[in-house]
Design a protein around this ligand. Structure first.
Ligand code: ATP
Ligand code: MG
Length: 674
């Protein structure tokens, strides 16, 4: 049956509709969690295409994570009902930057197949330059470099502005670091934003080309853009200011990565015509959950006045559960999840377990595995950070960019093929003397002299193989290249050589998993393996690999859960020292921690459970833990506290009772299924 033309607009409330239809100039939608900001963006894209005659290729929507962009793309396609969204750009700032850099690489002295270094690559470069392995010092160097880059300061400018000897020393490190990256034809994550901005500043023709391509910008999670990203928006949007930004100052949680919530205010200064629309109805959470969120965040000073209400009913009380220790906490969460799922006939994917830091995940993984509950881990140490996956990726990076020395070193030494430290040192000296890459040095006539045949031959075998595979990779399917590669390097045998059988088996199956994923991706996107390599680097930034639409419990850091929603949420480890984090307490950054808690609470639609432990083992010793001050800040009448005062005996009894209940339920269920 025919769909009315403005069918789409009927799914929006009045201020949302106004935001979608507003095209007279720059627009900021400033509103609390769950008020439909992201929905405004998806609908506006469709509106621009269907009602305003925009070609999809002239629209760019910028999301905070890769996952969010995939979801947005899918939602837009659905809303378009058969109309084509071909050419529409829905990406993160980083992948937009990468897209720009691939096309404009030559203006910056890079080839289009530059490598993208991850944090640990850049860490080892900084470590080499500083000649230290002291993690604290290295991290300090990395942070300073990153801050300089986000502030658009070149190494020379950083050296000029240095206010102390130490700062000058680090600025010099920055200079060497940048020269190293250039030599490797590599960029780090900050460069993906900084370099396009620098280029746009310098070259009006290039900027005009991109302004002409991207005629309307939509930016989600605007409160977490950094200075550099904001400049990119300003450049592309131009004087017309053809953009819609949506954000919530109460959800600014990336200050530690250089995000600047001040950008919300600056927007008003920079664009005097800026129109601001506020949304006040929350469509996500029950009244109780929303009230908890509002009460909590009222403890922060307000940047902007906002209201948020819901008509989804009072809903369940919020559970606060005190556990004896980490084990009991995890056991308890898993048990509650299981029985809740059984009683409510929900799906695993309706549940999320959210925590402050990555290391908190492990114990929950363990208990979920024991209970045979499928789960999906996102945020932080991802699939791509596993050694075996990084080994394979090193080969891919080398195929894409043979100047990528870190990839070369990793690939040439894994698996071992008779190329040792001595060979590499000679190769390194030769390459440094001539300002060429290790790979290129291997082919120089001089090298054969310097290395004896015992060293030279395996090196040549390796380099020739890579050369040959590189040639084929541009012509053949990803599948055949990967098959050849794994066989040629005998990676499976290497794993079983290195590790005991079980560990080797699990690593090998990760590799096969990765290759399977890669092949599927290559086929879906019509890309060869070289073209996919840069993409892999980007996937790693925040959320790891996409698991697709599967029914699994979500385990995630609070940071990576931004923008998402789940029926039922467990916020775990809600303790002083964890949330708020110890360092943040010491540095007086409680407000950002409170926003993080606010983000966590507002992910929940129907039920919310907060858990904390009375003691935890840290470095082998038991430490007493206090419940987080944030629990005290919630409206107490909405909470139901359990496990706090009871003595070990009653706790045990409680636990046994729960277990019996669960067993009874499970046997009932088994009966039903029979
Ligand atoms: P966050 O700040 O967490 O990113 P948000 O403001 O982006 O939240 P959305 O994710 O867009 O909010 O919307 C929250 C939920 O409310 C979604 O499930 C969305 O589909 C629903 N929703 C938004 N607006 C409406 C509406 N007008 N009618 C019905 N449902 C709506
Ligand atoms: Mg959103």
């Amino acid at each position: 049956h025919p769909v009315p033309r403005n069918f789409m607009l009927s799914h929006l409330n009045a201020p949302q509709r106004e935001a979608v239809k507003y095209l007279d100039g720059p627009l900021l939608v400033l509103a609390g969690a769950g008020s439909g900001k992201t929905r405004v963006i998806t609908h506006k894209i469709v509106y621009l295409i269907e009602e305003c005659g925009y070609s999809p290729q002239h629209i760019a929507a910028i999301t905070f994570t890769n996952k969010a962009s995939r979801e947005m793309q899918a939602r837009v396609s659905k809303l378009l009902q058969g109309n084509n969204s071909k050419g529409l750009t829905v990406t993160t700032f980083h992948s937009l930057g990468m897209q720009i850099l691939r096309q404009e690489a030559k203006h910056l002295g890079y080839k289009p197949q530059f490598s993208i270094l991850d944090a640990s690559d850049s860490m080892s470069i900084v470590s080499d330059i500083l000649k230290t392995t002291d993690k604290k010092e290295i991290r300090r160097g990395q942070t300073l470099i990153s801050n300089w880059k986000n502030a658009m300061l070149s190494p020379v400018a950083a050296m000029e502005q240095a206010e102390s000897d130490i700062e000058l020393q680090y600025a010099t490190v920055y200079r060497t670091y940048q020269a190293t990256l250039q030599a490797y034809q590599a960029m780090d994550f900050d460069d993906l934003i900084r370099l396009p901005v620098e280029l746009f500043d310098r070259d009006a023709t290039v900027l005009e080309k991109w302004q002409n391509k991207l005629r309307y910008l939509l930016i989600d999670e605007y409160q977490d853009t950094n200075t550099c990203q904001y400049r990119m928006v300003k450049q592309i949007a131009g004087v017309q200011g053809a953009f819609t930004a949506v954000g919530d100052d109460d959800q600014a949680i990336y200050a530690w990565r250089g995000a600047n919530v001040e950008n919300l205010r600056i927007l008003q200064d920079d664009f005097s015509r800026l129109h601001v629309i506020k949304l006040e109805q929350n469509y996500r959470s029950t009244v109780r959950i929303l009230r908890a969120a509002n009460t909590l965040i009222a403890n922060n000073p307000k940047l902007f006045e906002k209201k948020l209400w819901s008509d989804l009913g009072m809903g369940e009380t919020i559970q606060v559960v005190a556990a004896r220790d980490e084990d009991q906490e995890a056991e308890n969460v898993v048990m509650r999840l299981q029985s809740h799922k059984f009683e409510n006939r929900t799906k695993f994917s309706d549940y999320a377990i959210l925590y402050r830091g990555n290391h908190q995940a492990r114990i929950f993984e363990q208990y979920l595995r024991n209970a045979r509950i499928p789960y999906q881990l996102s945020g932080g140490t991802s699939f791509f950070d596993r050694t075996e996956i990084k080994d394979i990726i090193a080969y891919l990076r080398l195929l894409a960019n043979s100047d990528d020395d870190p990839a070369f070193i990793r690939a040439v030494t894994t698996p071992k093929r008779g190329i040792g430290a001595q060979t590499l040192e000679k190769l390194g000296n030769y390459a440094a003397g001539r300002h060429i890459s290790l790979f290129a040095a291997a082919f120089e006539a001089g090298m054969e002299h310097q290395l004896g045949p015992k060293q030279y031959e395996p090196l040549m075998t390796f380099c020739n193989y890579i050369n040959n595979l590189q040639f084929r990779a541009e012509r053949e399917s990803c599948e055949s290249i990967m098959q050849d590669l794994l066989q040629a390097i005998a990676y499976e045998a290497y794993l079983f050589d290195q590790e005991e059988a079980r560990a080797a088996q699990s690593k090998w199956s990760n590799v096969l998993d990765f290759v399977g994923w890669l092949n599927k991706k290559a086929e879906a996107d019509g890309k060869n393996v070289i073209e996919l390599t840069q993409l892999i680097a980007l996937l790693n930034i925040l959320e790891g690999r996409d698991e697709g639409e599967v029914d699994m419990v979500r385990l995630s850091t609070l940071h990576a859960a931004k923008g998402l929603e789940f029926g039922h949420v467990f916020l775990v480890g809600i303790e002083e020292g964890i949330l708020p984090h110890r360092e943040s307490i010491e540095n007086g950054q409680i407000e950002e921690e409170r926003r993080l808690m606010y983000v966590g609470i507002t992910r929940a639609q129907k039920s919310l459970t907060l858990t904390h432990c009375k003691k935890r083992k840290r470095a082998g010793e038991w430490q007493m833990c206090e419940p987080s001050r944030f629990i005290d800040e919630l409206a107490q009448e909405d909470l139901r506290v359990s496990g706090r005062e009871s003595d070990p005996a009653t706790q045990k009894a409680e636990g046994t009772a729960k277990l019996d209940q669960l067993k009874a339920m499970l046997s009932r269920k088994a009966g039903v299924e029979k």
